[in-house]
Design a protein around this ligand. Structure first.
Ligand SMILES: CC(C)(COP(=O)(O)OP(=O)(O)OC[C@H]1O[C@@H](n2cnc3c(N)ncnc32)[C@H](O)[C@@H]1OP(=O)(O)O)[C@@H](O)C(=O)NCCC(=O)NCCS
Length: 371
């Protein structure tokens, strides 16, 4: 038995949800470019969960169902009030909150497909309310109750800021949510599938997935991209900073990808949004710095910018706190996690690979008093 480090190139499951072929990403066969340009986040969630696009009636009903399920049990919100949120990362709080949310769902351990679909709606709806409530409570403000008649993206911004967002802001968040919704067998999706393949419940799968997304090599990269840009500070400093990082064998966050070789097809949409939003808000320097870094790393190391690279300056331009970037990623990716969990349940087998043992050979046990 030989192990493949990081399971690179290992095909671990069959899936009908999303594919990455020749650097092209599709959701259920629909190109990400078409979805980003023409669809809405709710339409994409419906697509991922039903493996077909909704018609107008179905989409309206689905949007309504999501909006109506956004309120979160008071106990979950109160739990957020019980920590010193200046010391708690919102991804840690989100992981705990989703786990707790499961305790308030009477259907948590009911495994019938219809019950799992009802839980899916509840999870997708409530996760954005939790992220927004975290931010409000941290600022010493009261959480804002969700509206019943607006889109998912609008509702999130409304709950986050306590005021009606502009069309540009809604469009930016909606598009970012579409672009992050699913991504084949990425680390957090694999985590979710491994978890539920034991026939554990959907809340456990999502809690585990949030834990995986939190790491800097995965979803946690977007927050670190903005940290890097802030440290760089000025456009003149971008290349000297990056050169020094590379000389110290440090990674540049938001660059590189396990699967894409020439480019991440999501990055160009975020790059365009970053240019537009930084210009609109008079913060072009973040975009200009990012372009310099992207070009340099591409030429020097052959590494493309990934989804996290330009999403950082997009969210920053919208005035969003940097540590909320990864929770927003989670709000979107939960749709993909759920799609994969439902697919796993529908054709389940325990996921249990082997390890290539490289420890000592069999040893004689030495009694405690003789050690
Ligand atoms: C995404 C990522 C984890 C993929 O990792 P991977 O396929 O395991 O690739 P490795 O980490 O083994 O890297 C392979 C080589 O490329 C280099 N490399 C990869 N990403 C790099 C980056 N962002 N900056 C600088 N060098 C990088 C590694 O140092 C390594 O070089 P070496 O062979 O000389 O040691 C990796 O590119 C990375 O850490 N990127 C930064 C974090 C990030 O943006 N994550 C979000 C992913 S969507």
């Amino acid at each position: 038995m030989t192990a493949t480090k990081g399971l690179e190139g290992v095909v671990a499951t069959q899936s009908s949800i999303s594919s990455i072929i020749d650097d092209q990403l599709t959701y259920v066969g629909y190109r990400i470019d078409d979805l980003a340009e023409n669809s809405s986040f709710e339409e994409v969630v419906f697509l991922l969960w039903n493996l077909r696009l909704p018609n107008k009636l179905e989409l309206d009903a689905f949007k309504k169902e999501l909006a109506e399920n956004m309120e979160v049990p008071e106990a979950v919100i109160d739990q957020l009030r019980s920590y010193d949120l200046s010391k708690v990362h919102p991804m840690a709080a989100l992981r705990t909150s989703i786990s707790l949310l499961g305790l308030y769902d009477e259907e948590q351990d009911i495994m019938e497909e219809e019950a799992n679909r009802r839980k899916a709606i509840r999870l997708q709806a409530k996760i954005s309310t939790i992220v927004a409530a975290f931010s409000r409570i941290r600022q010493g403000k009261e959480p804002v109750k969700p509206l019943k008649d607006v889109s998912y993206a609008e509702n999130f911004l409304y709950m986050l800021n306590g005021k009606k967002p502009t069309e540009i802001e809604i469009e930016a968040i909606d598009k970012a949510l579409i672009l992050h919704a699913d991504h084949e067998l990425n680390a957090s999706t694999f985590t979710a599938r491994v978890c539920v393949a034991t026939l554990s419940d959907i809340y456990s799968g999502i809690t585990a997935a949030i834990g995986a997304l939190k790491g800097p090599l995965h979803g946690g990269a977007n927050e670190r991209v903005m940290k890097m840009l802030s440290e760089i500070g000025t456009e003149d400093n971008a290349l000297p900073y990056v050169k020094e990082k590379l000389a110290n064998k440090e990674k540049i966050m938001g660059m590189g990808h396990r699967v894409y070789r020439n480019g991440d097809p999501r990055a160009k949409h975020l790059k365009k949004m970053s240019q537009e939003l930084t210009t609109l808000t008079g913060q072009e320097k973040w975009y200009n710095m990012s372009v310099q870094i992207e070009d340099y790393i591409k030429n020097e190391k052959g590494l493309p910018a990934n989804v996290d690279f330009y999403s950082a300056s997009v969210y920053h331009s919208l005035g969003i706190d940097h540590d909320l970037f990864t929770p927003i990623f989670a709000m979107s990716r939960v749709s993909g996690w759920i799609a994969h969990i439902l697919e796993q349940y529908a054709n389940n087998r325990l996921i249990r690979p082997r390890a290539d043992y490289v420890g000592p050979n069999t040893q004689e046990y030495v009694m405690l008093e003789n050690r």
